[in-house]
Design a protein around this ligand. Structure first.
Ligand code: PLP
Length: 403
């Protein structure tokens, strides 16, 4: 009997099923290479990427500046020890605090760790300055990460019962409801933590009046105002930081995703007056590691030099206009978002089908829930990329409609 040879992809998928712990339903493809706006799988099929590694590939895939910075730094010093300063750590901290208007930076590897750092700093502030206050107010439908504390901070309804018991000390209040937030404050509250645009929650923005109100509440009670800019920061919304749209300043900002352009990196920034940790309170083996610092520096320099936040604003508007044009032929509604953090709604269930249909046609889009499509392409996206993407989506929507 002739044995048909398995394709490379089929063989890899079989190995994946045997050896990779199941945590997510993944399509039957294996990604192999990236360049700019595109990814290629092991069959050589090319995908136009409007997911950007979940809002991570800010400069596109495998950008030259990141390749150069990583290889230069790898040849110089990969890891010294968190117990010593290293040169890229200091240079990156100076650059990042300078552009953000904050004073001090703590570095980690993932967004959840940056938020965990902010939660600990808020509790430290409560312990030192607010008679032991430890509660943090966050928003319903928010997303702050997958460690136990950040899952507890997260306001996802589906997570309420997961991994009980949760970490105590988080209160969730509805977005843009200042009265509800005010009512949740007690003498145990040490901070309010919000995303300025809820990314995973379906791309919903806080209003200016609400954010102004949160700032006032925090000032009134001496509580920290924490902006989780892990998804919205680093140019994504058309400004380097989303708080610039509002003109309201935080006490703590957390950054992740786009900050490393694909290299695992995150940061928590704060002001001198909240530089409260003592030795032993907080840290981590990889905090401020040279390779990550060199990556962060190179990515931020490139974002600034090419003014990619401005490109995010310009192309974001072009994409919104294109989506409105599509909406005259298809049941697209609620086109929303800022810069290149955009979403729209489709009839229930259709968003997931559309994402699958686009994948078959070589376009990556994300559907955070069955009725929402989220678009978070690299900040280098061009009008041509957007035209191509809208063309594929129009075709895929046309094929979906009869069913
Ligand atoms: N905060 C926000 C706003 C996010 O969007 C995410 C990830 O999607 C996180 C925190 C967690 O980041 P990470 O997955 O890198 O831990």
């Amino acid at each position: 009997m002739i044995q048909m040879e398995k394709s490379l992809t089929a063989a890899l998928l079989e190995k994946a099923e045997k050896s990779v712990l199941f945590t997510a339903r993944r399509p039957g493809i294996v990604m192999e290479r990236g360049d700019g706006m595109h990814l290629w799988d092991t069959e050589g099929k090319r995908y136009l990427d409007f997911v950007g590694g979940w809002a991570v590939a800010s400069l596109g895939h495998s950008p030259a500046v990141l390749q150069e910075a990583l290889s230069r730094q790898a040849a110089t010093l990969v890891h010294a020890s968190p117990g010593y300063y290293n040169r890229p750590m200091i240079e990156f901290a100076e650059l990042l605090t300078g552009v953000s208007g904050m004073d001090k930076a703590f570095f980690a590897s993932s967004g959840a760790e940056a938020n965990e750092s902010a939660i600990k700093l808020a509790r430290k502030h409560g312990a030192v300055n607010l008679n032991g206050a430890y509660e943090i107010i966050t928003l319903t439908n928010s997303f702050h990460g997958r460690t136990l504390a950040t899952m507890s901070a997260t306001g996802k309804e589906q997570w309420k019962e997961l991994f009980a018991p949760k970490i105590d000390g988080f209160k969730h209040v509805p977005i843009n409801d200042l009265d509800a937030c005010f009512a949740a404050v007690t003498n145990q509250t040490c901070a309010i933590m919000v995303e300025l645009v809820q990314g995973e929650g379906g791309v919903h923005s806080v209003s200016e009046a609400y954010l102004y109100g949160l700032r006032k509440i925090c000032d009134m009670y001496g509580m920290l105002l924490i902006f989780d800019e892990i998804q919205t920061g680093m140019g994504r919304t058309g400004k380097l930081f989303a708080y610039e749209h509002y003109g309201i300043r935080p006490d703590v900002i957390t950054l992740g995703k786009g900050i490393g352009g694909g290299f695992p990196l995150s940061a928590m920034l704060t002001l001198d007056k909240y530089d409260l940790f003592e030795p032993g309170d907080h840290g981590g083996t990889y905090t401020g590691a040279p390779l990550a610092m060199a990556a962060g520096y190179a990515v931020l320099k490139e974002l600034l030099d090419r003014n990619l936040a401005e490109n995010a604003k310009k192309q974001g508007q072009y994409l919104i206009d294109g989506l409105h044009a599509l909406a005259s032929s298809f049941p697209i509604s609620n086109i929303r978002g800022k810069g290149l953090l955009l979403a729209f709604d489709l009839p229930e269930g259709t968003a997931t089908l559309l994402a699958a249909a686009c994948l078959r046609e070589g376009l990556l889009i994300n559907s955070p829930n069955p009725s929402t499509v989220r678009l978070v392409p690299p900040l280098i996206v061009t009008q041509q990329n957007i035209d191509d993407m809208l063309g594929i989506m129009r075709h895929a929507l046309g094929k979906l409609e009869p069913g």
